[in-house]
Design a protein around this ligand. Sequence first.
Ligand SMILES: [Zn+2]
Ligand SMILES: [Zn+2]
Length: 172
Amino acid sequence: MPDDSSSPAKDRHGAIATRLRQAGQRVTLPRIMILDAFTPGAHLTAEEVFGRVARRAPEISRSTVYRTLETFRQNGIVSETDLGHGVRHFELLETRRHHHLVCHRCGGQAELDDVLVAPLRDAVARHHGFAADIEHLAIFGTCATCQAAGDQGGRRPVTTGRGDEPPRARTT
Ligand SMILES: [Zn+2]
Ligand SMILES: [Zn+2]
């Protein structure tokens, strides 16, 4: 089924209901409203989900939202990732897997394509016979900008001698 995010709410709700049924989930209004809160690519805290739901369906309680998010997480409909500062963000698990690079100095984020992570998943399976749930990673570190700023007097990255430094990926 084509995913047309520009279709009106009724079509979106229909698509969400289909998705819930495919995942073996009961279709209820709170469930539809909660999934509908996730605009494409949105990473939301439970409180943000509640805020979006409450604007359109004030009868849905905070505890329903929290409980339903937990059910969705257990059933692989949403993923939950710590994007820093101990705050858990929920995201709709789409077919397109992706991950995040999070800079712990400036808080900047970049998306990491799953093609770079897939070999890890395969290696874990090969070496350990273990099916790793690497669905949505947040990798913490220092972004290129902050590393460059750090070179001018701040904390230096752990490298010794200029010649040993690997070439850095340039961002455009
Ligand atoms: Zn994400
Ligand atoms: Zn940074």
